[in-house]
Design a protein around this ligand. Structure first.
Ligand SMILES: Cc1ncc(C[n+]2csc(CCOP(=O)(O)OP(=O)(O)O)c2C)c(N)n1
Ligand SMILES: [Mg+2]
Length: 552
């Protein structure tokens, strides 16, 4: 006779789950035993937060929910940041948490937190399982909800006594594919009409354009219409950045070089834009008109209020749109003349031999050692803006960055997930010295899993991004610097390798050697953030004049 946890694990197998990330507690012991007898691997992490970051990244990269497991109270609460990461980032994830028995309790209130209520605002669905009979349907429903557009996290709480209870052998609910409807003909006609009338059209690729299912149709649309495109930070790579239609990435909201094109455009076709991202441009009364093309309708914001919406499965809908307008766009390339100037300004001084290295040089050197399909996963810090702006991408989802919750601490776990999924590709985590230390304990997990992974740490002994904002706002330099461990010894203490870059020309060969050597290799490089003010404040203020009146 099966017990509740056996049904739970059978339901997860029915969904095709191959790994569960987490830290069990005593309330999960039936579940752990059922996992031992299953095809699913239990991957222990050293903090629940990183289990959630890994599961969310699994969802982001595969389109299928990643699964994580924790105990009740303290373990479950450690998932909150990961849940928010998946919710804002639209990453499908299923969290399974334990709980004390619900039929009788001999431990009074010990460790009990109302986890389901705590996770309501952080999930698409949060439910306690109260009977073994409902396990197959609840699990099926949880996976469907996590995967449905807009994807996100769900939580199932499995109390200890339900997990251990003898149960009837209940049949699982078979899984079948679901196609997303294609956009309505009327909306496609309206959008086609606007695009054909546009004098200076521009395409923008946003976060939802990076869904694994989206990417093929988007490339075709760009190629067939020949309209130049730019990307948001999370839309990087969806169409090849090496193409002669790439105009740049909007890492700032206005007045960067790419905005020279945005401000001159009279129409922006925003593909997959999700307003959880820091705005890639600011709509105003006089700026360009916007067509929103995505799986779900636009969220209207002060800075984003499209005049036309094409809602449906993005790839096939764009194919139908391209059918209507291909070869009928005399003005398609109107903004292309700006391309060379924008890209030249962005790559300015990127081979400068200064030590400590400049952010531009670091981005340049990293690109040298990462093949087109190689993956970099960024943590959050000042360097994210430089990578978003300067790093050219050729393949979708090869820059994993979080411009949604923008939490520190996810860089290493998300890189680890990418290294597990794509063992044949080069994978690198890029972390600040602040963000790395928020989940650095996972170096042990990476070594234990025998991953091939390079972890690049950018050392400025500060929470550099906040220190920069402090300076821009003309506050005195205060309260944002710290000391670091000896990162090389720190890596070695985990059984990983460690190297320190000590010259301007040392980064590329050190990274190359780290990849060639295999295993987990931490590389620490000191960087000089004085470029933040020189480029992102002084230079842009002086050189980039807004064309349209900025919105209030
Ligand atoms: C969990 C979390 N805490 C605080 C912040 C606010 N924050 C954003 S960037 C940053 C500094 C990051 O420092 P570091 O990782 O060293 O990167 P740097 O900017 O120095 O390159 C801070 C504190 C955040 N985004 N996430
Ligand atoms: Mg730092």
């Amino acid at each position: 006779m099966p017990k509740g946890s056996d049904l739970m694990v059978a339901a997860l197998e029915n969904e095709g789950v191959d790994r569960i990330f987490g830290v069990p507690g005593e309330e999960n012991l039936d579940m752990v035993e059922s996992l031992r007898n299953s095809s699913i691997k239990l991957v222990l992490t050293r903090h629940e937060q990183s289990a959630a970051f890994m599961a969310a990244t699994y969802g982001r990269l595969t389109g299928k929910p990643g699964v994580c497991l924790t105990t009740l109270g303290p373990g479950a609460l450690n998932l909150t940041t990961g849940a928010a990461y998946a919710l804002l980032g639209a990453m499908p994830m299923v969290m399974i948490t334990g709980q004390k028995g619900i039929m009788k309790s001999r431990q009074a209130g010990f460790q009990i937190v109302d986890v389901v209520t705590a996770f309501k605002p952080l999930t698409k669905m949060a439910r306690q399982i109260v009977s073994t009979a409902t396990i197959p349907t609840l699990v099926r429903d949880a996976f469907r909800i996590a995967m449905e557009e807009r994807p996100g996290p769900v939580l199932l709480e499995l109390p200890e006594d339900i997990a251990g209870e003898k149960a009837e052998a209940i049949a699982m609910v078979p899984v079948h594919p679901i196609e997303i409807p294609v956009a309505h003909r009327a909306s496609l006609d309206r959008a086609a009409d606007m695009i054909m009338k546009a004098k200076r059209p521009l395409i923008m690729l946003g976060a939802a354009a990076s869904r694994p299912r989206s990417t093929a149709g988007i490339n075709g649309f760009v190629r067939r219409t020949k309209i130049p495109f730019f990307t948001t930070q999370m839309g990087k790579g969806t169409a090849a950045g090496g193409s002669n239609l790439y105009m740049g990435t909007a890492a700032l909201s206005e007045r960067d070089y790419v905005h020279e094109a945005v401000d001159r455009a009279d129409l922006i076709i925003a593909v997959g834009h999700d307003t959880i991202e820091k705005p890639p441009f600011i709509m105003g009364p006089k700026g360009p008109q916007v067509i929103h093309v995505s799986y779900t309708p636009a969220t209207v914001e002060q800075v984003y209020f499209p005049q036309c919406e094409v809602v449906g499965d993005v790839g096939p809908s764009l194919e139908l749109l391209a059918d209507r307008i291909e070869s009928r766009l005399p003005n398609a390339g109107a903004l292309l003349s700006l391309r060379e100037g924008i890209l030249r300004s962005i790559s300015d001084r990127n081979t400068e031999s200064r030590f400590p290295l400049t952010p531009q040089r670091i981005v340049h050197d990293v690109r040298q050692v990462i093949p087109e399909d190689g993956i970099i996963a960024l943590d959050n810090g000042m360097y994210k803006i430089w990578f978003a702006r300067n790093y050219r991408t050729y393949v979708a989802n090869t820059v994993l960055l979080d411009n949604a919750l923008a939490t520190m601490g996810a860089g290493l776990p998300s890189a680890m997930m990418a290294a597990i999924l794509y063992p044949q590709r080069r994978v690198m985590a890029v972390c600040g010295d602040g963000g790395f230390m928020m989940n650095s304990q996972e170096m042990e997990t990476a070594v234990r899993l025998k991953l091939n992974l390079v972890v690049l740490i950018l050392e400025d002994s500060a929470y550099g991004m906040i220190r920069w904002k402090q300076a821009v706002d003309e506050f005195p330099d205060f309260g944002l610097t710290f000391g670091n461990p000896d990162f090389v010894k720190y890596a070695e203490s985990y059984g990983a390798k460690g190297s320190r870059v000590t010259t301007a020309d040392g980064l590329t060969p050190t990274l190359e050697a780290a990849f060639k050597g295999g295993g987990v290799h931490l590389v620490v490089v000191p960087l000089d953030y004085s470029e933040n003010i020189r480029v992102l404040v002084d230079e842009l203020r002086a050189k980039v004049k807004p064309v349209a009146e900025p919105a209030e």
